[in-house]
Design a protein around this ligand. Structure first.
Ligand code: ATP
Ligand code: MG
Length: 449
């Protein structure tokens, strides 16, 4: 695999240095755009520029669509406005819009002007919120009229197919451009040539409004497994399509957001290095302060039991062990439940079922930990009575933390607070205070200190 990669890179480099343009184009034809993206990293700026000027614009467009936004911007700078606009014209409108949205306003204007008619399409797409259907749709769809025949539709397909984002679904419009039907490529090719489209189309069309949230659209794709969905405006006029490959990016974006939330910070709008110091600071400070104040509760509890601790100093040896193990058990449970909520595996009405399961899991975990805790405390503390106190406390704390960690995210969701934002750090803080309370109460009961 690696050897082939090096071999291919060498071949491109030598073609760029000494070969003819035809030889380079023929060679590039044999490679997949996604693989070419990997090769580009091995080329220097001059080679990259020569490469993108030599290959046909439509081939270049397929490659640029695969690049990360930051590399796209770099390439635009390298190639200059003229060549960039030629390539942008060949890109699907949704990808072109995403690229242009990342550029400085003046540069974007220059390119849109150079793209003429294609620029107009992209300008329209740029009006929509980037997280809405409008922000991810493309305008290159296949549409026909209901009174057309299969034969007319096939020749229309032949005309528009090279430009279309997908040809697998054909959307049917009435005279007012309203969406009235859909058929798949399969439906089309199995029908006789003189069949009218309205005889074979499916009139129960699922569509999404331009302003729909991309996350809701992604859920529709998950449920119905279509390869594309049509996007309509307020008058039910077809304005674009969203294809399944765009939805892959949505799932990736949403997953990234959830991961940032689980760590206890509000999600950032921008990648790490494009976030200012102030943004990094403000996404964390509120939670840090809340947790800081809540943590002082633990001090109060220690104070309340100070006589017990003075009477039996060995009790204090086990405080770090106990509160750590409670915090860990709670974080484990909450992470599992937050993930379940995010992928809609767990819903609000499942709260009792989750509680029951986590109670049993917590008992199972607590029992093992208690056994080990007993032996440890007996050895270090010097009496089996301390062993009993510590093991009972471990059991109670692990069960309490596991159940709390599991239900807090569900309660937060019910209260419309983001479950991932309150997350693990808050649970740790609560468990610290309650854990100490449990431990010293058991100690007082059993040891009469
Ligand atoms: P089948 O699964 O019946 O063999 P297929 O494999 O050709 O069909 P699918 O992608 O599975 O195509 O789509 C199934 C059917 O869904 C097609 O007949 C198509 O007309 C219909 N369809 C496509 N898009 C939509 C939509 N947006 N709303 C409703 N129906 C749609
Ligand atoms: Mg199918």
């Amino acid at each position: 695999m690696h050897e082939t990669h090096t071999h291919v890179t060498e071949q491109i480099k030598s073609l760029l240095a000494t070969g003819t343009e035809e030889a380079l184009i023929d060679f590039v034809d044999t490679l997949h755009p996604a693989d070419i993206v990997d090769l580009l990293e091995e080329l220097d700026e001059a080679e990259r520029s020569t490469f993108f000027h030599a290959i046909p614009a439509d081939v270049a467009a397929d490659i640029v669509e695969e690049l990360e936004p930051i590399d796209q911007a770099e390439l635009i700078r390298l190639m200059g406005a003229e060549r960039s606009s030629e390539i942008l014209r060949e890109m699907d409108s949704d990808d072109a819009a995403d690229l242009i949205a990342e550029l400085p306003a003046a540069k974007a204007e220059t390119l849109l002007d150079l793209m003429d008619i294609h620029g107009e399409d992209v300008r329209e797409l740029l009006q929509y919120d980037e997280h809405s259907s409008g922000g991810i749709m493309a305008t290159e769809y296949v549409s026909v009229h209901s009174e057309w025949t299969v034969e007319q539709t096939l020749s229309e397909l032949r005309r528009v197919a090279p430009e279309a984002e997908t040809v697998y679904y054909i959307y049917v419009l009435d005279d007012d451009e309203q969406l009235v039907g859909v058929l798949s490529f399969r439906d089309l090719v199995v029908a006789a040539l003189d069949t009218r489209i309205d005889a074979i189309m499916n009139t129960n069309v699922l569509s999404v409004p331009v302003e729909a949230d991309q996350e809701d659209v992604a859920q529709l794709f998950k449920k119905y497994r279509f390869l594309a969905l049509p996007v309509v405006d307020k008058e039910n006029k077809l304005t674009g399509i969203i294809t399944a490959d765009d939805i892959l990016d949505v799932f990736e974006e949403e997953a990234t957001e959830d991961i940032q939330k689980i760590a206890g910070t509000t999600p950032l709008e921008h990648p790490y290095f494009s976030s200012s110091i102030k943004e990094l600071w403000s996404s964390r400070i509120v939670w840090l302060l809340v947790l800081f104040l809540a943590a002082s509760l633990s001090g109060g509890i220690m104070q309340k039991f100070s006589t017990a601790m003075q009477t039996m100093i060995e009790l204090t040896f086990f405080v770090p062990l106990l509160i750590d193990c409670g915090g860990n058990a709670g974080s484990q449970a909450s992470t599992v439940v937050i993930r379940g909520l995010a992928v809609r595996d767990i819903r609000l009405r499942d709260i009792w079922a989750v509680m029951a399961r986590e109670l049993v899991v917590g008992l199972g975990l607590g029992a093992v930990m208690a056994g080990i805790g007993f032996l440890r405390a007996w050895r270090v503390g010097g009496s089996s009575a301390i062993g009993i106190v510590v093991s009972l406390a471990v059991l109670a704390i692990v069960v309490f933390s596991t159940v709390l960690g599991a239900i807090l995210p569900i309660v937060a969701t019910a209260l419309r607070v983001d479950p991932a934002v309150m997350s693990a750090p808050l649970i740790t803080t609560i468990v610290d205070a309650v854990g100490l309370l449990i431990y010293f109460s058991i100690a007082q009961l059993v040891l009469q200190v």
